[in-house]
Ligand binder design. Structure first.
Ligand code: ADP
Ligand code: MG
Length: 240
């Protein structure tokens, strides 16, 4: 399997990012301005034009939305959470959409609590990004396996294993660069944002993939210390 450890030195600086965002937003804005100008001069705007305008507005909205996640760290509140529940919430959220696309989640979670000192909403954002990527890589449907457990070196280890299209070696190296996407409606920001969040939790995010076979995303997060674990509000066991 081709492998890539995503590390901080690969991440772009804030300046490069800002330039990238400006560029990505300027293109749809130019289109929007062009159509509005046309309307002003010739009053010939039709539904085809307004459809394009709406799509361009949606694109701007998507890009801004993903960036807001990065811009929000002021409000972060770290708490000790059993990430089995955090991930379980995300799976429930995406389950009906998965079902629509003939995708089933196979959930293999540790019987024991997997306690992590974390900003739970940020972790949910990461899980959503990674699971959606897996779903989007499987247009014909299939199975996404989720393994979550604590390992011997006091790390929570999450593996998301899909049966999707996989990623070619040369593309694997570009992942996590902002705006690198192969999707018509993609932003190419999900992995970069996820990487930032995992790093801020002192964890790692690794992507292994084989073209035509599928992709494995492995996320590790340090388990909560004994003092942090004592702060946990979670029940000790999964109720049902
Ligand atoms: P986006 O999903 O908006 O394209 P991401 O940053 O989430 O942006 O992902 C960047 C690119 O990485 C995707 O466009 C896709 O080419 C590739 N990718 C990510 N996850 C997977 C996966 N599980 N299987 C195949 N390709 C993937
Ligand atoms: Mg994505």
């Amino acid at each position: 399997m081709d492998e890539l450890l995503r590390r901080s030195e690969k991440l772009t600086t804030v300046g490069q990012l800002a330039a990238g965002v400006a560029h990505e937003i300027r293109n749809p804005l130019t289109t929007l301005r062009g159509f509005l100008q046309m309307q002003q001069q010739t009053k010939t705007i039709n539904t085809m034009h307004t459809d394009v305008m709406l799509a361009e507005l949606d694109r701007i909205n998507l890009i801004v939305g993903e960036f807001l996640i990065l811009a929000k760290p002021q409000a972060v509140q770290f708490q000790t959470k059993d990430v089995r529940f955090t991930l379980g919430d995300v799976v429930s959220l995406l389950d009906s959409e998965a079902h629509l696309h003939n995708i089933a989640f196979e959930v293999l979670f540790s019987q024991q609590p997997v306690l992590v000192h974390c900003e739970e909403n940020q972790l949910k954002q990461v899980f959503i990004n990674v699971l959606k990527n897996a779903m989007e890589a499987m247009p014909k449907g299939g199975k996404i396996t989720l393994q979550l457990e604590a390992d011997d070196s006091r790390q929570a280890v999450l593996r998301v294993i899909d049966e999707g299209e996989g990623i070619a070696k040369e593309r694997l190296l570009k992942l996590g660069e902002p705006f690198y996407t192969n999707k018509e409606k993609g932003t190419g920001l999900g992995l970069m944002v996820s990487q930032r969040i995992i790093e801020s939790h002192r964890g790692t995010l690794l992507i292994e993939s084989e073209l035509g076979k599928g992709t494995v995303v492995t996320i590790t997060l340090p388990l909560a210390s004994a003092e942090e674990a004592a702060d946990s509000e979670e029940p000790a066991d999964l109720a049902d």
